[in-house]
Design a protein around this ligand. Structure first.
Ligand SMILES: Nc1ncnc2c1ncn2[C@@H]1O[C@H](COP(=O)(O)OP(=O)(O)O)[C@@H](O)[C@H]1O
Ligand SMILES: [Mg+2]
Length: 272
């Protein structure tokens, strides 16, 4: 285990700090190797894309990083410390949060209450087992309310803070999920297909929100997305998985023209 946080001097002379490192991370489910020796590094402030055809192992990578699964072999390091096998709530309190492929909001609660639930998860007194009891025990301090309102403003929902989340549009609900995740004060946010099912205008709004989160909070963002235009227009580096294996890694220009990537996606198109 590295005692000193790894740092490297970037080309522009700035010190870049490693936030997340996968070192040959592997997980097997019976005979299936869902993620096979995947390695990549995220530095603080990176906007990093994780792409690949359906079943490539993208969500499983998120499940490894967030402690849902323990890697069969390999390591996952957060800020230089191995976190393999840590419980999900422990990993959340270390500063990694996520949104899910399917929306998971409390429909009957207002947008602001949903964000405050996120902030409450930060408090060590609230355990996941009492999650469903949360609404009556939300601690509405002025500080928390102000924070929730600021996050809602960042994701473009300030006008809707009193609206029940179930009454928000689909695109708004997805942005609310991001605000809720941000309320846990993460250093790394994982977004699983945040643009799925969105119309072009909603996607454009979402891109701006993700960029703003990175810029305003120096957030490190790892996102899974199927929409190539969305990923290529937003992420500075991309890793491509296919059948659990990493087939390419680099900036969007190099990914777009990579023959292995084109083949993997053509293969998917042919099976749909
Ligand atoms: N808990 C599990 N048990 C068995 N197989 C799983 C499990 N989770 C994921 N898989 C399999 O791992 C592969 C990768 O899945 P996933 O990571 O969800 O892909 P995607 O890239 O579409 O997000 C798939 O074949 C999936 O069926
Ligand atoms: Mg997935």
């Amino acid at each position: 285990m590295a005692l000193v946080q790894e740092q490297e001097i970037a080309g522009d002379g700035c010190v870049s700090e490693t936030i997340l490192e996968l070192k040959e991370a592997t997980i097997k489910f019976g005979g299936l190797t869902a993620v096979n020796k995947v390695s990549f590094v995220l530095n603080r402030g990176d906007l990093f894309g994780l792409i690949g055809p359906n079943g490539a192992g993208k969500t499983t990578c998120f499940n490894l990083i967030t402690g849902v699964y323990r890697p069969t072999s390999g390591d996952i390091e957060f800020k230089g410390k191995v976190i393999n096998g840590f419980a999900p709530n422990k990993i959340a309190t270390l500063g990694i949060c996520r949104t899910f492929q399917n929306i998971r909001l409390f429909g009957a609660l207002s947008a602001r209450e949903n964000v405050m639930v996120g902030a409450n998860l930060r408090s060590k007194t609230v355990m996941p087992s009492s999650f469903w009891l949360l609404p009556p025990v939300i601690r509405e301090t002025d500080e928390m309310r102000a924070k929730a309102e600021h996050l809602l403003e960042v994701v473009g929902l300030k006008e809707d803070m009193s609206t029940r989340s179930a009454d928000l549009s689909y695109g708004e609900q997805r942005r609310l999920e991001i605000a809720r995740a941000m309320a846990t004060d993460p250093e790394l946010i994982l977004l699983d297909e945040p643009a799925a099912g969105m119309n072009p205008l909603e996607k454009e709004t979402l891109q701006k929100v993700v960029r703003r989160i990175r810029d305003e909070f120096s957030m490190t963002v790892l996102l899974i997305e199927h929409d190539m235009r969305f990923v290529m227009g937003l992420c500075e580096r991309i890793v491509v998985l296919d059948h659990g294996e990493e087939i390419a890694q680099g900036p969007p220009e190099s990914i777009r023209s990579n023959p292995k990537v084109i083949e993997a996606y053509l293969g998917e198109a042919a099976t749909h």
